[in-house]
Design a protein around this ligand. Structure first.
Ligand SMILES: [Zn+2]
Length: 390
């Protein structure tokens, strides 16, 4: 797609890239002028789009312009007041976060407005299938980023299954691959059997592993803690020797709509290392939180709950799990500000655990929970057939 632009007696070919942008935020557009008879480069010219008058700026060897957030539609582009045939298409986009029902464990799939994909964990062994079904539903055969929150089997167990795809055969066409893998720095160590297995499989695929902030996504994903400490601190020996305390904790934001990916991070309960308090010092109130460690009393300390004050708290856990998750006081703490949704029902009170007491009209057992946030101020979250705004 190009246009011939008439400026005085000169004509130029204008090419824009990308030609389609999402409506969820501002976008950088690159412009190229070619065929100019008088050496016109575009530098210093202004671009008009959707009522905005924007100065073109050279960035490296390209001309770029930051286009403010626009509503869905087609926008003709003018340069210095002259219409061109170049048109920018603005499409309706949203970020999707799926808390996949994997029983007792975590598996979270993020699809960005531009269609990039991030998977955080894949649940316990035997749950890879549930994760693969969700990847298939989104036509994903390669993930832009895989995050392995920590080395426990209820998070890594499904990874070998997703690497071989639904047919269970390595090297066949339905295998899932990853462009980038982020882990807590402990995959290489003799931690758990599943960590050793996943590490060996990833090495076969020549995957590089780091635990810095991932780059290149069109949402912001900031790593707040990993390997037993927040990013600017040194982990204590106590934290280094505790798998949950080493969890990666991420802050996911689509502009100012932010949520906490809590992994199994610990907050001092049950004698665990307290990483949550240091994380809390970096947080403002958030839209949502994936409750750390399945609602265990090891986690969700008062600092974290008070700092985040989320409108939605998601519990990822199984029915009648042997760990008695979620703990009633943790449920009460998050219920102070949040709607509570849960992938599984928690405790029925049949075994040695007390029954889960969810607050009235909250704490619903949903199966897979799907959160959506587009350009509208409100986000939505589905629980079974119900769709709720928050
Ligand atoms: Zn866990």
């Amino acid at each position: 797609m190009f246009s011939w632009l008439l400026l005085g007696c000169n004509s130029y070919e204008l090419t824009i890239s990308p030609k389609r942008v999402p409506d969820t935020y501002s976008n950088t557009i690159n412009l190229e002028f070619s065929g100019a008879s008088s050496g016109f480069s575009g530098t210093g010219a202004t671009l008009q789009i959707g009522g905005h008058d924007l100065l073109l700026r050279p960035v490296h060897d390209k001309l770029s312009v930051e286009i403010p957030k626009l509503a869905v539609g087609s926008y003709p582009i003018s340069i210095d007041g002259e219409f061109s045939a170049a048109v920018l298409e603005v499409y309706s986009a949203e970020m999707i976060v799926e808390f996949i029902d994997v029983g007792q464990g975590d598996a979270i799939l993020i699809i960005t407005p531009k269609g990039m994909s991030v998977l955080i964990d894949a649940g316990p062994p035997e749950s890879g299938d549930a994760v693969l079904r969700r990847l298939e539903a989104h036509h994903i055969d390669q993930l832009d980023l895989l995050i392995l929150s920590h080395t426990d089997a209820d998070h890594l167990g499904g990874i070998p299954e997703i690497m071989v795809g639904l047919d269970g055969v390595a090297g066949s066409g339905d295998d899932i691959s990853f462009k980038q893998v982020l882990h807590d720095g402990w995959l290489d160590f003799r931690t758990t059997a599943i960590a050793r297995r996943v590490n060996a499989l990833l090495k076969d695929g020549a995957i590089t592993s780091t635990f810095a902030d991932p780059r290149g996504l069109d949402v912001s994903l900031q790593i707040l803690a990993s390997g037993g400490a927040t990013v600017d601190q040194v982990a204590s020996n106590e934290a280094l020797s505790h798998a949950n305390a080493r969890s990666i904790v991420g802050l996911l934001c689509l502009e100012s709509f932010c949520g906490l990916l809590g992994g199994d991070i610990t907050g001092g309960g049950m004698g665990t290392p307290d990483i949550e308090t240091a994380i809390s010092q970096r947080l403002q109130p958030l839209a949502w939180v994936k409750v750390p460690h399945h609602g265990s009393r090891s986690s969700s300390n008062r600092s974290l709950v008070n700092a985040t004050k989320p409108r939605l708290a998601v519990f990822s856990l199984g029915d009648d799990n042997p760990f008695c998750h979620p703990t009633p006081e943790v449920v009460e703490r998050w219920a102070e500000t949040a709607l509570l949704l849960s992938t599984g029902a928690g405790q029925s009170g049949r075994g040695s655990c007390a029954a889960s007491e969810w607050p009235a009209n909250s704490g619903q057992s949903c199966g897979t929970i799907v959160l959506r946030k587009g350009a509208a101020p409100q986000a939505s979250v589905s629980c079974g057939d119900q769709v709720l705004s928050f």
